[in-house]
Design a protein around this ligand. Structure first.
Ligand code: ARG
Ligand code: ZN
Length: 852
């Protein structure tokens, strides 16, 4: 049954205080909840509480046990038909964290207790109105075995602690800030702890601690450094200070997502905490920095001000992604960050928007809430905030944010509440703009130029159109802010921002006598999340790349050229890559060597999946071949440069910061090109690089290059890597991934049969299945259906234990409709088999929508 935004009604009670008592045991945990409740709505309203997988042991109101007939327990909750206007409800339930394989609620990972409550995990801990608009003060007392659980953590501030007899001890935590249940957290176990302090802008000293596996403490140093920089950045950029005396992070091995912003107790997938030179790549360091920031920033955008209901998820997620992207841009290079954000957006969000799973940033209905944590809600949600800021300017944006914090602190609000703040400070009306939240699909902007040489006039016509998406056949225009420029040999003739409000607009520029035809640069810095349609000649496109002064658009110009080339090669309208084009790519790379991080991005060729959006039906096998052909040509052109750069030593001593990471990014880009060069000695060269690499970034690049080749060097490196890292699960995930990314179905089956493949560990499953199905498209979409079958088999098993994981993996099928007929019919058959079988509710929702 679908949930609808229009069905929203406030909860008819207020929960003034929550007292929780946990008696922790892996098989038999007892949770006693005392809820102080006051009626705020309808006099006759029954008390309805959510609850799932709970065994109710006792229930009482104001200390008097309820008669059996006074309440009703179902699979999804508990109802008490008649309650007083003010009372304390006491329930006692039994749960079994050790058998909780869904990793939602209270569960065990690596022998320790941990929790994940967003969105609806708290109802798997106790009976409660598990919805974000019910905010309350939580007090937690937990008791656990002293030896296995010396550390006991929850939200807020630590209180009393001490011996509890019988080899057990207790601790009390008190959270002074009212919060919804999805921000509750509890961790208990034995950890190594990396500690530090942060002094806030008003002089308060905060105790910071990161809890990790035994022996891993030093690997938390970078996460801690990232945390302190995040705290400082939020003070400087948004005027936001931390509001508790302690801030704890716990790293867990088995986690369904990246991390979770629980109040004062962030819980992280260990992949986004642990890093050092030997075991982590620069991409890992970067991801840690951005996710630590993301979760920390949620303290204000998410926790202090939260969502009224889950339809408003983008209120906290889009905004917080926007904030973390800007943090990363400030820590590193703004243009490089922008390019990376757009690569991610195009790969995941544009694909989602173009397929059967398309939905608006704020949907008005959903089947399974877990399936709403999408690239659209997060990444497109962030792009919308970026457009808002461009349209009103940085200063007004900050005023609007200040007003938002002032008006809504402590509340659970909506997108409308958020925009009301910006309307107030800017005097503008955002009714039209908010269509961005309601309409799914990526708008396409067509650009037409008309140069009148005799009158030195250029006319630029911009048209927008958003394609139909499931349930939304007709679209309306949305305001699209586009940074634009006219370019000639001298540089910028003009630079401006146009907001395309209507379906079409024509701009006319009178240029001085004797001006040559200028080139038009559109959507500079990717001001709007749209696709551009322009019929430019290859010559014009080459010229545009040469003259471009905006780093994003220069990079994007190269991407567009490469895209068209790959399509031409795949379609057979061209046998070999065009020499001028290969020259232009090589020249752009050589010209950018002063900024190696940027140069590295110029070497990147568009992924096969991006090409699906360009021409349909899509033939991934042909596209993959074509892409390799172009890569080989570029590698050939740059051969001397590649050999010379790789002949230089890697920067020492290691530093994870942007500068060295940029140097290494270019080195690894060149390692990738070397692997694709077709040189006969490529494998021996790569093996040498693999053996000599002083850090994981370059070691893994060499290993990935080798994994895509055949022969002794490959086997040797893979065996060596496995032997060296078999006891480090995060590094072993990489070992699985480098193989999955070039594997055929048979190899995937072998990887899944490896003794270290673990269906219960989401990171491990993703390192094989998600990597294969989402980054190795020519094999996943193999015309014989072998890729689908191997994924289907693993996903069925994973889904049984962990629905959230199963459903996430199945989204790989979202592009099936645009494939060439053979793969398409195999994909459909696979989806039909899945539909007819016993899947979790989450997975069934994905399959049903994919089939449409
Ligand atoms: N709020 C978390 C974050 O973005 C993610 C929680 C994911 N939960 C889920 N049910 N998918 O930081
Ligand atoms: Zn988030």
């Amino acid at each position: 049954v679908a949930v609808k935004l229009s069905d929203y009604t406030p909860y008819p009670f207020e929960v003034e205080q929550v007292d929780l008592r946990f008696d922790l045991d892996p098989e038999d945990t007892r949770v006693r909840a005392d809820l102080k409740i006051r009626r705020t709505g309808d006099k006759s309203a029954a008390l309805e509480l959510d609850g799932e997988a709970l065994e109710l042991k006792s229930i009482a109101i104001d200390g008097t046990a309820l008669d059996k007939g006074a309440y009703e327990v179902t699979e999804s909750g508990l109802t008490i038909a008649s309650v007083p206007d003010e009372f304390t409800l006491t329930t006692d339930v039994k749960i079994a964290p050790a058998s909780n394989t869904a990793l939602s609620g209270l569960y065990m990972s690596g022998g320790r207790f941990c929790s994940q409550c967003e969105s609806v995990g708290f109802r798997r801990i106790t009976y409660y109105p598990d919805r974000p608009d019910v905010m309350s003060s939580f007090k937690v007392r937990m008791t656990a075995d002293k030896e296995t659980c010396p550390v006991l953590l929850s939200n807020g501030t630590p209180g009393e602690s001490g011996d509890a007899g019988d080899g057990r001890h207790f601790a009390v935590w008190d959270d002074p800030h009212k919060k919804p249940s999805y921000l509750f957290a509890l961790c208990a176990g034995d950890y190594d702890i990396y500690r530090d302090q942060f002094t806030t802008m008003s002089g308060k000293v905060i105790d910071l601690a990161i809890h990790v596996d035994k022996g891993d403490a030093e690997r938390a140093a970078w996460a801690m450094d990232s945390l302190k920089r995040s705290m400082k950045w939020d003070e400087e950029t948004y005027g936001r200070e931390y509001d508790l005396g302690v801030f704890n992070i716990v790293a867990v091995r088995d986690f369904n997502f990246g991390a979770m912003e629980n109040k004062g107790l962030n819980i992280f997938n260990s992949a986004y905490v642990l890093a050092d030179e030997a075991s982590a790549t620069d991409a890992d360091f970067e991801a840690i920095e951005s996710i630590v920031a993301h979760e920390y920033f949620h303290n204000w955008t998410g926790n202090r001000i939260t969502c009224r209901d889950w339809f408003q998820l983008c209120l906290k997620e889009g905004l917080t992604v926007f904030r973390d992207q800007n943090f990363s841009a400030d820590m590193r290079s703004r243009p490089v960050q922008r390019i990376k954000d757009v690569i991610r957006l195009r790969a995941r969000q544009f694909a989602e928007d173009a397929g059967p799973l398309a939905h608006s940033v704020r949907p008005d209905t959903y089947g399974a809430i877990d399936n709403l944590y999408t690239a659209t809600v997060y990444e497109k949600g962030a792009e919308i905030i970026g457009m808002l800021r461009r349209m009103i300017g940085e200063e007004t944006y900050r005023k609007g944010m200040d007003l938002y914090f002032e008006r809504h602190d402590g509340q659970a609000v909506t997108i409308e509440d958020f925009y009301a703040c910006f309307e107030k400070v800017s005097g503008q009306d955002f009714t039209q703009f908010r269509r961005w939240y309601a309409q799914a699909g990526t708008p396409e902007v067509t650009v037409e130029e008309n140069w009148k040489a005799d009158s030195n006039e250029i006319e630029i016509t911009l048209r927008q159109k958003t394609p139909a998406t499931p349930g939304q056949p007709v679209k309306q225009p949305v305001p699209i802010p586009l940074n634009m420029a006219l370019l000639d040999e001298e540089g910028n003739l003009a630079e401006w921002m146009t907001v395309l409000e209507d379906e079409e607009v024509t701009l006319t520029f009178d240029l001085p006598d004797g001006t040559e035809r200028p080139l038009v640069s559109v959507n500079r810095d990717f001001t709007a999340p749209v696709r551009l349609a322009r019929s430019l000649s290859r010559e014009d496109r080459l010229q545009l790349v040469r003259l471009e002064t905006d780093p994003f658009n220069q990079w994007d110009g190269v991407q567009t050229l490469a895209k068209e080339e790959i399509l031409a090669l795949a379609e057979g309208s061209q046998a070999e890559p065009d020499a001028d084009l290969v020259d232009a790519i090589a020249t752009a790379i050589e010209g950018a060597l002063g900024d190696p991080a940027y140069a590295a991005l110029l070497t990147r060729l568009p992924d096969v999946g991006e090409m699906f959006l360009e021409r349909q039906p899509a033939d991934p096998v042909a596209l993959n071949k074509a892409r390799k052909k172009l890569q080989k040509a570029v590698a050939g052109k740059l051969e001397d440069l590649i050999i010379s750069v790789l002949g230089q030593p890697s920067p020492q001593p290691f530093d994870p910061g942007a500068e060295q990471a940029g140097t290494r990014a270019l080195r690894t880009a060149f390692i990738t090109l070397l692997a694709g060069s077709g040189r006969e000695d490529a494998d021996t060269h790569l093996l040498k690089l693999y053996e000599a690499a002083p850090n994981m970034t370059e070691k893994l690049a060499a290993l990935r290059g080798l994994a895509g080749l055949e022969g002794e060097a490959r086997d040797k490196a893979l065996a060596d890597f496995e032997e060296a890292w078999k006891t480090n699960p995060l590094v072993m995930d990489k070992w699985f991934s480098v193989q999955a990314v070039t594997a055929d179905a048979e190899t995937v089956a072998k990887l899944a049969a490896h003794k270290d493949f673990d269906l219960r560990n989401p990171n491990r499953v993703r390192s094989v299945v998600a990597v294969f199905a989402m980054q190795n498209l020519s094999a996943f979409h193999a015309p014989d259906g072998s890729g689908y079958k191997v994924v289907e088999e693993i996903v069925r098993k994973a889904d049984k234990a962990n629905p959230s994981l199963g459903a996430r993996l199945l989204t790989a099928f979202e592009q099936w409709r645009v494939l060439e007929p053979q793969a398409r019919s195999e994909a459909e058959a696979c989806l039909r088999r899945l539909q007819g079988s016993d899947l979790s509710k989450n997975s069934a929702d994905i399959v049903a929508r994919a089939l449409g």
